[in-house]
Ligand binder design. Structure first.
Ligand code: GDP
Ligand code: MN
Length: 382
């Protein structure tokens, strides 16, 4: 589960990391009231589960009430890489002398926690890793010993943090490691970790992912799930136990098994189409589950054509065909479907579909043929 910036900062604060005082709001009026309260200048920040908000215009400084109102009005409702801004975080703006970077994550190949630190903060850390790898300190922690203060001081020193803030950076690293460990996070990142002109070390941003499987140990974190910002169709899918990810194209895709779905996305993209979703019906899908999946796909208005790509193993193609027939009976979709059934009971499945003579359903024998057909049909619709 990914946390919004302000939720991550609240966890940071609980573990002694310095953050600015602020408030999450959902209306322009509350944004302005909060700005008045925390004192100008303030920073108005879009709360969405995606990075690069600053570059996209979702982070703005405001010197007075009029500016706060203007920025809040512009940013609320803004689309940032497909995420609609519904919440703003307003905090008292910090003066920045320097921007650093710090993160903790689990390095699976090393079977150990990895702390990364760089004095090149505020920018895309992948670029630092690529262009100036010597400026990115990578330190593995012995998970039984934990991170000692001496180790944290060494990381800050090796990373060439300014001499007068070595202690402050070490404190921040120890606190960040504590967040990662005690909150069962899979990632805890601060970019930028700033040094103010008063030489205070502070987290200006946060990126925290919590391990869903450990959430039961943190009842206080369970309510952080971002219900409001979650796509309503994704939420419904989750409740029904279906793997569904919304994408921004117009071709609905259903397959069984994540690998098959991913290759279907690729093949559709190669044929010049844009997938509207990723939907994995899973192994052993029965007719009822297929019907649910069709409903989920069609709940997205952007869908102009649907590709069913089923490779029968445990899933039986005749069951899939029955599900599709039942779904058409009830939902009467207005968009065309291309169906490719292969594997267990495929002949029976294709026969069922043929007998049912559903309007607007096209059979395809291969994945490439299916992809080309569905792309052509989607283009016809638009
Ligand atoms: P991101 O673009 O999603 O990573 O959002 P950040 O929270 O990291 O903000 C982007 C950039 O805005 C930062 O790197 C800072 O340069 C700037 N910024 C954010 N908050 C403040 C602030 O309080 N004061 C100043 N001067 N700049 C800020
Ligand atoms: Mn950032």
């Amino acid at each position: 589960m990914d946390l919004l910036e302000y939720q991550g900062k609240q966890l940071f604060a609980r573990h002694g990391l310095r953050v600015s005082n602020g408030k999450a709001v959902t209306t322009v009026e509350d944004a302005v009231a909060t700005a008045d309260e925390v004192g100008y200048p303030v920073v108005v920040k879009a709360q969405v589960l995606i990075g690069g908000r600053g570059k996209a215009g979702g982070v703005k400084l405001a010197a007075d009430e009029a500016e706060a109102r203007k920025h809040a009005t512009n940013i609320l409702g803004m689309d940032i890489h497909g995420h609609t801004v519904r919440t703003l975080w307003i905090e008292h703006a910090s003066d920045i002398a320097t921007e650093y970077y710090a993160s903790v994550l689990l390095d699976r190949s090393a079977k150990a926690p990895l702390i990364m630190f760089s004095v090149e903060g505020g920018v895309d850390i992948e670029e630092v890793a690529e262009n100036t790898p010597e400026k990115l300190i990578r330190h593995h922690v012995d998970s039984l010993q934990g991170l000692s203060r001496a180790e944290a001081v060494k990381i800050a020193t090796d990373g060439k943090a300014d001499a007068d803030v070595i202690e402050g950076v070490a404190d921040a690293l120890v606190a960040l490691y504590e967040v990662w460990l005690e909150e069962d996070a899979t990632l805890a990142e601060i970019n930028p970790l700033i040094v103010t002109p008063e030489r205070e070390v502070k987290a200006l941003d946060s990126k925290v992912s919590l391990d869903d499987n450990a959430l039961y140990r943190h009842p206080e974190n369970q309510e952080l799930a971002d219900k409001e910002n979650e796509d309503p169709i994704e939420r419904r899918a989750k409740e029904q136990g279906v793997q569904y990810v919304k994408l921004d194209g117009d071709i609905g895709i259903l397959g069984n098994g994540a690998g098959l779905v991913m290759s279907t996305l690729d093949v559709v993209a190669q044929a010049g189409g844009k997938p509207a979703n990723f939907l994995d019906a899973g192994g052993g899908s029965d007719a009822a589950k297929i019907k649910q999946a069709v409903e989920l796909i069609l709940a997205n208005d952007a869908v102009k054509a649907v590709l069913f790509n089923i490779f029968g193993g445990i899933t039986r193609c005749d069951e899939v065909a029955k599900g599709l027939i039942a779904a058409f009976d009830e939902i009467k979709p207005s968009v065309p479907f291309v169906v490719r059934l292969d594997g267990t009971n495929d002949v029976a499945g294709r026969e069922l579909l043929q007998e049912a003579a559903l309007g607007n359903v096209h059979a395809a024998r291969t994945m490439n043929e299916a992809a080309e057909k569905v792309v052509a049909l989607a283009k016809e619709q638009s």
